[in-house]
Design a protein around this ligand. Structure first.
Ligand code: 9WO
Length: 244
């Protein structure tokens, strides 16, 4: 997986990426990260990349040309005419685990990070293939959302996690929430680890964990249960019991 990020703040991308689990994957070459400074493609003698909005209004808008030139340089370098270009914006489709799974299949992904009051619409129309939001809030730029997406996508790339099987067996496995986890000591401030987990009875532990996932999903994210096709007859009976 090769990530390419077009940004005015390349060091923010590099620093954020290097510190997490993704830093290790970068070192062994499973993933590559290339943060491109859009400012390097300014043709202006003052290296400007923004200007006032036509029609008036507060703030500045990023100009089309430096973004377009940065993108074309990337196309040239990769020898690819078509690239998946993701623009991080509150106006996009909301990022999700299924979307991460789909994007993890690509060889190259380009993230375009806007700043200020956004990017000239014309270059967006020319190069963006996917408009993606990580949630309904406004930030100062697309860099943090790009990091969030790269983190989620990276861990789905084979060989990135130490424990490769763990990616498919967790939080959104069967579209249910994760069961609670415990580690040593057996008792902390008078609170004991559930006995079942110390019993060594693997089948019973599996059943307990499944029930905890169902209980937690019902309490915290009940909408995930609606029409969930992964639920077994036994799951449904347990949920019926909980609902009373
Ligand atoms: C600000 C603004 C002010 C006046 C009139 C119009 C305006 N539009 C914007 C604006 O959309 N700014 C964005 C800031 C431009 C793109 C980068 N920015 C951004 C991305 N803020 N929040 C996100 C984001 C991206 C993905 N998921 C959640 C939030």
């Amino acid at each position: 997986m090769n990530f390419h990020v077009l940004t005015l703040f390349p060091e923010m991308i590099e620093d954020g990426f290097n510190t997490s689990i993704t830093g290790r994957a970068l070192q062994n070459g499973t993933i590559t990260l290339d943060a491109v400074n859009i400012r390097d493609y300014s043709t202006n003698k003052h290296m400007r990349v923004d200007d006032y909005p036509y029609g008036g209004g507060a703030g500045m808008v990023m100009q089309a040309e430096p973004v377009h030139l940065a993108y074309q340089a990337l196309q040239q370098k990769l020898g690819k005419e078509r690239l998946r270009v993701i623009y991080l914006t509150p106006q996009g489709n909301v990022f999700s685990q299924p979307m991460a799974e789909e994007l993890a299949k690509e060889e190259d992904l380009v993230f375009l990070c806007g700043h200020y009051e956004g990017i000239d619409e014309r270059v967006l129309e020319m190069i963006v293939t996917d408009y993606v939001s990580i949630g309904d809030y406004v930030l100062t730029g697309g860099e943090l959302p790009a990091l969030v997406m790269m983190d989620a996508i990276s861990r789905l790339v084979p060989q990135v996690l130490n424990n490769e099987v763990s990616a498919e067996f967790e939080s959104f496995h069967d579209n249910l929430l994760e069961y609670p986890q415990y580690t040593r000591p057996e008792e902390y401030m008078g609170k004991r680890v559930p006995d079942i987990l110390l019993s060594g009875h693997h089948a019973k532990i599996e059943q307990w964990r499944r029930e905890q996932s169902l209980k937690r999903t019902l309490e915290r994210r009940p909408e995930l249960l609606d029409g969930n096709e992964a639920l077994t007859k036994k799951d449904k009976e347990y949920l019926q019991k909980l609902r009373g």
